[in-house]
Write a protein that binds this ligand. Structure first.
Ligand SMILES: Nc1ncnc2c1ncn2[C@@H]1O[C@H](COP(=O)(O)OP(=O)(O)O)[C@@H](O)[C@H]1O
Length: 188
């Protein structure tokens, strides 16, 4: 079984999947390490993913006929999956998480070309908060996979361990699909 864990950047996908006892593919690392992209967006310090190459890579490395494999990325819902988990976070909290993460990365890397400038970080955090308020990824996930395959988890006031527990419940088939329970439109 292949389980996609998706959600707007900052919703906590990487953090929550790190503690799972399943094979986890961090797709954004694969894109960078395997060079499965068509270059960089210079304004955003992010890569243009090559979807066809990723599809092939996943077929070869995450086919999951017998075992369960988790594919984690804000792009994970664009590929085949048996279940799709969409992590959510209130846009205001999301904006703070992304700013803090960006500032920590900046301190760690100093002048690395892949670090966002303060202006780019502000814009990145705001754009993602707006996308989260508009349910962009949830909408894409439901459109591609159908309501019966989508599981929404609100991470806003949950610890990473509590989010991982919810993920385990989905993986163990102990949760019903759910979509549209959270409503962040008040942010807009
Ligand atoms: N449940 C949570 N509550 C509060 N902060 C979190 C939670 N999960 C992750 N974070 C923090 O938010 C930031 C984004 O998390 P990360 O796992 O990198 O998100 P994603 O992989 O979805 O982009 C990180 O700095 C992380 O430490």
């Amino acid at each position: 079984m292949r389980v996609a864990v998706t959600g707007t950047p900052g919703t906590g996908k990487t953090t929550a999947t790190e503690t799972l006892d399943y094979a986890v593919v961090h797709l954004n690392d694969v894109i960078r390490e395997e060079g499965l992209h068509d270059g960089e967006d210079p304004d955003r310090a992010s890569l243009y993913a090559d979807f066809e190459a990723l599809e092939e890579w996943l077929a070869a490395n995450a086919s999951a006929d017998d075992e369960t494999v988790v594919v984690e990325s804000h792009l994970a819902h664009h590929f085949d999956a048996d279940r799709v988990v969409v992590l959510r976070c209130h846009p205001e909290s999301l904006e703070s998480r992304l700013r803090e993460r960006g500032e920590t990365e900046e301190k760690a890397r100093e002048n690395d070309a892949s670090t966002k400038s303060p202006q780019a970080l502000t814009r990145y955090a705001r754009e993602n908060a707006e996308a989260e308020a508009l349910d962009v990824i949830l909408g894409e996930a439901v459109q591609r996979h159908g309501l019966e395959s989508v599981y929404e988890i609100d991470t806003t006031d949950r610890t990473p361990e509590a989010v991982a527990e919810e993920l385990r419940a989905v993986l163990a088939d102990e949760r019903e699909p759910s979509a549209g329970d959270v409503d962040f439109t008040g942010y807009l």
